[in-house]
Design a protein around this ligand. Sequence first.
Ligand code: PA5
Length: 468
Amino acid sequence: MKQQQVKFYYKNVTAEILGSEHGITKEQFNQLAQKTEPLIEQLNADRKVGKVRYRDLPYQKDTVEKVKQVADKFGWCENFVVLGIGGSALGNIALQTALNPYMYNLDDKQRKGPRLFVLDNVDPQQISSFLGWIEGRLDKTVFNVISKSGRTSETAAQFLTVCGMLEQKLGKDSLKKHIIATTDLKEGTLRKTADRLGLVSLDVPDGVGGRFSVLSAVGLLSAAVCGIDIEQLLAGAAEMDKKVSQQSFYQNPAAVNAAINWHYYNRGKRISVMMPYSFALKDFADWFRQLWAESLGKAKDLSGRMVSVGPTPVKALGATDQHSQVQLYREGPNDKMFTFLAVEDFEKDVQIGSSSVTAPQLGYLVNQKMSRLLNSEKIATEYALAANQRPSVTVAFEKICPYTVGQFIYLFEVSTSIAGLLFGIDAYNQPAVELGKDATLALMGGGDDAKLAEKIKPFMEMDNRFII
Ligand code: PA5
C-alpha cells in the first residue's frame, strides 16, 4: 500500500510568479544548484563518518524496542508529565498536538493513553497551578525528566520540585515507580542521579543535540505512551532520508528549501515565517523556530570570521493570523519568506451548518466542508502574498499521520543542516545560550565565576533615572 506523502512545492518563489526583482529566475536556480550540490555531497559524507548522528535516528531498532517496553511498563499511569525545556520539550509537544485529538487531555473517550503535560518552563504561577492539580493524583502519575546535559537549571528545578513532592506524599521509594529519566548514556548530573536512585532510564544518543532529538527516546517515549505509532513516525523519516540524500539538487527537497531560504536571506528577506493551515501542525512551527534559530543564528563562520548571520523564524497560524498578521505581511516591508503547511485530506471534517435564521448573504457557506473553507483561505493568502511579490513555499501533507509527520521532521532537520553549510556556520552548537545559563547560575548563587557576578550587578536593580 502506498503511504501518505509530504510534498514540497516552490513555484511561488519563481520569477514566473513574482517577477525578476523578487522571484528566483532559472539562472539563479541553476547557480543555487551549483552552490548546493557539493554541500549535499559533503553532508552525506559527514554523515557516513558519524559526524551528523541525528541522520541515523530513523533506524534505531533497539531504542524503539526499549521505548516500547518502558511505555508498556508505565502503561498504568493516567497522567504523564514531561519535565524538560527547549529541545527536550518542544518536539514532545509538537508530536502530541499533531497526532492526538485537540481534546485529548479533557475527553477520556478521545484519549488512547494517559493525559500528557509538558512543562517547558519555570513559571511559578503556571507550575503552582499544575502542582495543585496533580498533587491529589500522584499515585496515577509518571514523570519523564528529560535533559541531555543533565544540568539545565529549569529542568533541574522542575525535577527537584517533583521529587520533593513525591517523597513527601508517597515516600522516598516512590521515585523509582514514578520517574523515568532520559539523559546522556554516561555523563551529567541527571545520569548520576538516575543510576544512584535506580530509576528506569533511556539514553539521548551521543552527538545528537536537543533540537535534533525528537526522533530519539527524547520524543519517542511520550509519543508511544500516548498511543502514537512511533514505528510509522520513523518509517516516514526513513523515506524522507532517501529523498534528502539525493545528490541532484532539483530532486532533493531539503536542498531546494535551504537554498531558497539562503537566497532570500542574502537579498534582504531575513524573516522566515512558518504558517500552518492546521491546528494540529501549529506546534511544529514552534519546534521549527528553535531548530532554525539556534542552529543558524551564529556570530562566527567556520573559519572564525565574524559574520553575525541568521534568519529570524516567526510562527503564524492560518486562518487565525489572517486577521492579525497578514496586513503586515502583504503591505509592510518585503523582508519575509513564507512557508505554508497545508493538509490535503483532514482525518475529520465538519459540515458547516444550515440554520433557518441564516442571512441569505451567508448562504455560500451552508453545507460546505470546513476543510474547504480553511484550504481556500490558504490558497487565497498564498495568492494575495504573491500579488505583492512576497515569496512562499508550501509543505503539503496528504494527511496528518505519524508517517507524514516523520517525513516533515526529517525534511526540516536536513534543510537546517544544508542551510548551515550554505551560511558556512556550525549548525550544531549554541554558544550564545551558554552566557545566559552561566549568568543565571551566578544570580542564583550556584556558580563560582566572581567576575561574571560582578558584571551582572548593574542589571540586578532598575536604575531610578530611567523609570517613568
Ligand atoms: O537544542 C539544544 O541543544 C537546546 O535547546 C537544549 O535542548 C536545551 O537547552 C535543553 O538542554 P538539556 O536537554 O541539556 O537540558
